[in-house]
Design a protein around this ligand. Structure first.
Ligand code: C2E
Ligand code: CA
Ligand code: CA
Ligand code: CA
Length: 274
């Protein structure tokens, strides 16, 4: 009967409703924050281990909330992806990062994270060209970080977009490498410039199995002419291990946490204090 059907959906709970309300408020506030450009960009340097020089910086989004302070991406990127706001948010970060990069030395690249949804939900190639033209940044100084998720949905179209981006002259990095289990095949699916080894590997670098796996990744990367970055490096022991494996680049809180542009420009681009 009508009543029984209605009862089936009668799962009202004050907790669930409060959670949904909070999420809706967050989404409305996020839309407004993007509109007001209150999404800030922090930068985390990537160091060449042999010289101690910064080779690039990764742009990482932060939300400057009027009452809640600085909100980390873990809290708003999922909301942005579920609501589709990630396209606008991604374009804002891209535009800001390019404008900021022209204030950095010209041998430093800026890396911007892309969501798979930016490949399907917006005109990514146009957005990238616009950000470059608007800032005057040389295309060779922009690096785009993607994850395997780009290959999962609409993979043929996304691959074409990726090829068009590479033809613009920007570099393409494969992020969070090793997290998914078909990672190795993706390395040969596209001519990446760089591969970023996920922090979870670096955390386990004390184990001989990890060293063996990383050793073969380094070999493969060399064959494919890819540069390799170790992500989330936190200790000196990890630095020594990654160096001995032949990984040339390192990023992580051991070297520097993500910092605002002003601080990055002040701290300079060499690890003179270490
Ligand atoms: P990711 O791209 O893998 O970025 C690296 C994350 O690891 C950053 O977290 C960084 O602060 C953190 N990290 C770096 N070194 C260390 C370390 O030594 N120890 C620890 N515990 N963490 C370290 P963050 O800034 O919170 O960003 C988290 C994720 O949010 C990023 O992971 C990325 O997937 C996403 N994200 C951030 N900004 C953007 C953006 O503008 N667009 C998109 N699509 N995603 C973004
Ligand atoms: Ca990244
Ligand atoms: Ca990563
Ligand atoms: Ca990640």
């Amino acid at each position: 009967s009508k009543n029984a059907g209605r009862n089936c959906f009668n799962v009202y709970s004050p907790e669930l409703k409060a959670e949904a309300d909070q999420r809706n408020i967050l989404e409305i506030e996020l839309r407004e924050a993007i509109w007001r450009e209150e999404i800030e960009v922090f930068y985390q340097p990537v160091f060449e281990l042999g010289t101690g020089h910064v080779k690039s910086v990764e742009a990482l989004a932060r939300w400057r909330h009027r009452t809640r302070g600085l909100i980390p991406p873990a809290e708003f990127i999922p909301v942005a992806e579920e609501s589709g706001l990630i396209v606008e948010l991604g374009n804002l970060v891209l535009a800001k990062a390019c404008r900021h990069a022209v204030m950095m030395p010209d041998d430093i690249k800026v890396a911007v994270n892309l969501s798979a949804l930016q490949f399907t939900g917006g005109n990514l190639v146009d957005s990238v060209m616009l950000a470059l033209m608007d800032s005057g940044l040389a295309e060779t100084r922009l690096e785009l970080e993607i994850t395997e998720s780009v290959f999962l949905a609409d993979s043929q179209d996304n691959l074409k977009t990726l090829e068009r981006l590479k033809r613009l002259g920007v570099s393409i990095a494969l992020d969070d490498f090793g997290v998914g289990y078909s990672s190795l095949s993706y390395l040969t699916a596209f001519p990446f410039n760089k591969v970023k080894i996920d922090k979870s590997f670096i955390d386990r670098i004390g184990r001989s199995e990890t060293v063996a796996v990383l050793g073969s990744i380094v070999q493969l990367a060399k064959t494919l002419n890819l540069s390799i970055v170790a992500e989330g490096v936190e200790t000196f022991e990890q630095v020594e291990k990654i160096r001995s494996l032949g990984i040339a680049l390192g990023q992580g809180n051991f070297f520097s946490e993500p910092v605002p542009l002003g601080e990055l420009l002040l701290q300079g681009f060499a690890d003179s204090e270490r």
